[in-house]
Design a binder for this molecule. Sequence first.
Ligand SMILES: *[C@@H]1O[C@H](CO)[C@@H](O)[C@H](O)[C@H]1NC(C)=O
Ligand SMILES: *[C@@H]1O[C@H](CO)[C@@H](O)[C@H](O)[C@H]1NC(C)=O
Length: 460
Amino acid sequence: MLSSHLLICLIWWSHFVFIVQGDGMIEVFKWKQMDFYNRGDGRHNVEANQGHQGSSRPDRPYNSAPVVFPGKYSRLKRESFTSRDTPLGVSSRIGSNDNANAPYIPYNNVPMGATHFRGRLFVTMPRRRVGIPSTLNYIDLSRDGRERSPKLHAYPNFALNQFNESSQNLVSVYRTTVDDCQRLWFIDTGMLEYPNNRQQIRRPSIWIVDLNTDRVIKRFEIPESLVETGRGLASITIDVQPNKCGEAFAYIPDLVYRRLYVYHLSDDRIWAFEHNYFNFDPLAGDLNIGGQSFRWDDGIFSTTLGPRQPDGSRDVYFHPMASTNEFVVSSRVLQLESNAARADHGSDFRVLGGRGPSTQSTMHEYDPRTGVIFFAEIQKNGVGCWKTSKPFSVENHGTVDSNASDMIYPSDLTIDEEGTIWMMSNSMPIFIYSTLDTDVYNFRIWRQSTSKAKRGTVCE
Ligand SMILES: *[C@@H]1O[C@H](CO)[C@@H](O)[C@H](O)[C@H]1NC(C)=O
Ligand SMILES: *[C@@H]1O[C@H](CO)[C@@H](O)[C@H](O)[C@H]1NC(C)=O
């Protein structure tokens, strides 16, 4: 009797131990190659199992030498590269034979961002190659939520994604965010980042789409006097109160020029901060991800907002990508345009400290329910965390999940209004420096509730 009681205790205990060791991330979708309901070839691809692309369309890159277009972007000047660059020499697997007019070249479609809002999961596809039918897309979770590799719908529609048909249309989007006023915000970089043939075909722009009507309510062109090109505009964070939607501020890091832009919606004005803390750490740029070794020099990459203080301000956390340090500045500093012009920022921008070895991070986001910031960590191929009520330290930086085979390169991490983390892993370094194996799953979307994600970590 005693032993059976013990056994029950043991079972209960092992279950308990299993849970407190952390629930990790749950795989939701995975793809070998991305596909679209509308591939732009005039046929609507509505059948769920219509088979793969027509035989005339290449689904693999050609192994031929790259075509080099002489241009002002000389590679020779640079010793290292941002996540935006495809170095000469290793770019030989790029399909230089790709037909520039092919509407859909499966291999070239690498997803980047993942943001959920009420049954729609927004997935972006930056135009870093030809053959991308639509750069802004969504997955209809009520219809396709049970598919392993759902097809994408263009958002808000297919026509707006045809960059060459109107100077108002979308060119290339990296990541999206949803604000507290049910609006989708994102940057269109205005740039076709074709290797060795980068083209800024129009001004980078800030977009706002009303998610209740799917109407574009704002397109703001960022002036050239402020931002030379849209190359470094990887993310956007919105600071707004639900009852003051017009008073929104957007914080936009520039990883290439290492600036932080602030856009104020009601004034329709934008200004730029510069600071040493926006630069990469030269000792943190050596990366080894997915079997590729390389050196990146990405500066400030993402921002996230802490809780609102009694005076209405919020801490704006930020980090460069090639860095393991975290920094913070008050929203009050950023929101005053005259501050941007100051010669000296005094101690307004502060170092929080180091997160620990191999914690280089693309995106991070604060969760108001748990008070935890979650980090997409590229060198760890996983998700990290820090509970903001604890001192910032390496010891207080936790690991939610990490998997070097299934979670290669977490490219985006967002938290929806229900408290669920959504994370994209897209194998980007393999795409840039080698060749993706189209017989294996290269792209995955993961989710987890923030309360389960922190369970069993130091962020509890
Ligand atoms: C856009 O269309 C024009 C005319 O059809 C063509 O000459 C040009 O190459 C196209 N540009 C791009 C970037 O595809
Ligand atoms: C990665 O995930 C796979 C599939 O769940 C699992 O078999 C493997 O053990 C994991 N690897 C690590 C290092 O956790």
